[in-house]
Design a protein around this ligand. Sequence first.
Ligand SMILES: C[S@@+](CC[C@H](N)C(=O)[O-])C[C@H]1O[C@@H](n2cnc3c(N)ncnc32)[C@H](O)[C@@H]1O
Length: 282
Amino acid sequence: MRRNHKKTACPQLRRHTHPQQQSQRHGQHFLRDKQIIEEMIKQADIQPADTVIDIGAGAGAITLALAQRAGSVLAVEKDNGLAQTLRKRSASLRNVTVVEKDIMNLRLPRDPYLAVANIPFYMTTSILKLLMNGSGSKLKRAILLIEKGAALGFTSRPITKPSILAWRMWYDLKMIRVVERRHFSPPPKVDAALLLIQKKTPAFLEEHHFHRFLAFAEDVLRYPRMPVYLALSGIFTPPQIKKLCLHAGVDRDFPICKLNEQQWAAVYTTMIQHVPSFRWPK
Ligand SMILES: C[S@@+](CC[C@H](N)C(=O)[O-])C[C@H]1O[C@@H](n2cnc3c(N)ncnc32)[C@H](O)[C@@H]1O
């Protein structure tokens, strides 16, 4: 492995450069490039009063940069050694709180917040669920470094996975660009990408519908390429399906996964308004 400590965003990493195997188990791939951190911060459009979470803060490469812009920074790191290092490095910064914890056990802010992070790749889906699932998600915007393959999956069309569809009903997900593996130390096995997550305002549906919509999506997307009339037949009557297709401007044989978010919102709203609740997918 080629090391160039001059370029490393955090010189303290020398002490924390673990063997490759351990880094992979804990998702410890530290950012070496300050320009990428600057780009993340620019994309996050942080305002002076904002609360920002750094998920998997490591030794603070992103946290310390965030502290210059945000009202407060919550740096969450599970690794005891790294958390201690970050505590020392941020001791003089009154707007940084280091929380040594598994991110999955963190109580998220009750007020709107941002997330800017180079997350542990092995937890990507769990972290996105944590940030976006739920009726009262207060996430306003996030810019996350994740695996390139995952970023492509979350942002592509047609949307075949219920959880991704549910996220995209309330959030715009955009892959900003690829970040090659050489920008990390030690480098991961695959390239990464910057994923921008932005809350839709207004969203197609009110927030309290999230879980019911997810159950609906899980039911009708069981076979994503199924024709609309078949996929919806367990919930709607044939005349309702005919009307829905007419309104959405799609043929009854149109693959269900090819509906756009606006069409999904129309189908779901029709269910809530015109289908007895015992027929709603649970
Ligand atoms: C990809 S590294 C990023 C480190 C640092 N932010 C950077 O960019 O250099 C991911 C970090 O997440 C930490 N981590 C792994 N699992 C975690 C968890 N469940 N909760 C919180 N932190 C975790 C790792 O110890 C590691 O420091």
